[in-house]
Design a protein around this ligand. Structure first.
Ligand code: LHQ
Length: 261
């Protein structure tokens, strides 16, 4: 498939997916959904991928659904179909990837663009970026997992305030609330994304994937269930090459060379 709406590459364990409709602030049309799904399929099929970096081209990260292609006067639209067909699988697949996913929020994120960013594991945002819960301004509810992730991350009061006012949150505020991992000075942003990516591509990928799955699943689990899950996962991690390498490197007082195996 020739990509028209995204840039996608895999090199030395690093997958890079850039939403690439800058003239529309990288808003999603159907073609972009199809291409992102294709790229995710390639990552899922490639055990050599050890980190995914998702970002946007131009001055925005993603403005959610492309509204310019919607003819709301032509008759009733079934938006439930669009969410079920495209957004819901996208969110679930990003959350389930067996490698860490870094979201580099290079500029404004709005509507589903916010919630796609929040489906990633580590969200870094440029200090000048902002998050806009645009849904209520066009008569919709937060989709793409927004109603689930927001109260979990920032609590009900902030989730409701953010959503019902269609409010805007700065990158600094988002970090302070715990909505994202870090807000970074604009000049330092690209370097910091690369530093984190380099760290993650050399990390013990299987352990990171297990930790990600355990933490993401914890919201619906009891302590007892979670402890049992940790035991099962720790058994698996203890059988990896990377665990051996980590312990040997510690004993030899040298940096570990993890292989993701
Ligand atoms: C856009 C868009 C956009 C098209 C900026 N579409 N062109 C799921 C399931 C099914 C259906 C419905 O929805 C959903 C989920 C959703 O995501 S609903 C929410 C959809 N998104 C929005 O409502 C956000 C709309 N955009 C904005 O509020 C602003 O553009 C933001 C706050 C993102 C940025 O504001 P500015 O920095 O002032 O930029 P701008 O408004 O001037 O936009 C720049 C260009 O991008 C402009 O085009 P133009 O040709 O005039 O330069 C916009 O029309 C275009 N654009 N968002 N979603």
């Amino acid at each position: 498939m020739n990509f028209e709406t995204i840039l996608f590459s895999v090199d030395a364990g690093i997958a890079r997916l850039t939403l690439n409709r800058p003239e529309r602030l990288n808003a999603f049309n159907e073609r972009m959904h199809i291409e992102v799904a294709e790229a995710l399929g390639r990552i899922e099929a490639d055990a050599g991928v050890r980190v995914l970096v998702l970002t946007g081209s131009g001055r925005g990260f993603c403005a959610g659904q492309d509204l310019s292609e919607r003819n709301v006067d032509a008759g009733p639209l079934d938006l439930g179909r669009a969410t079920a067909a495209y957004y819901n699988p996208l969110i679930c697949r990003v959350a389930a990837l067996k490698c860490p996913v870094v979201c580099a929020v290079n500029g404004v994120a709005a509507g589903a663009g916010v919630n796609i960013a929040l489906s990633c594991d580590l969200v870094l945002a440029r200090q000048s970026a902002k998050f806009v819960q645009a849904f209520s301004t066009i008569g919709l509810i937060p989709d793409a997992g927004g109603t689930w992730v927001l109260p979990h991350l920032i609590g009900q009061a902030r989730a409701l305030g953010f959503t019902l006012t269609g409010g805007t949150v700065s990158a600094a505020q988002a970090e302070q609330w715990g909505l994202i991992w870090r807000a970074i000075e604009d000049e330092a942003f690209d370097g910091e994304v690369e530093r984190l990516t380099a760290q993650l591509v050399n990390a013990p990928t299987k352990a990171l994937a297990a930790a990600k799955r355990a933490i993401r699943g914890a919201w619906g689990a009891t302590l007892e269930d979670q402890l049992a899950l940790e035991s099962r996962m720790q058994r698996d991690c203890g059988l990896t090459q990377d665990y051996k390498e980590g312990v040997n490197a510690f004993k030899a007082r040298r940096p570990p060379r993890f292989q993701g195996r």
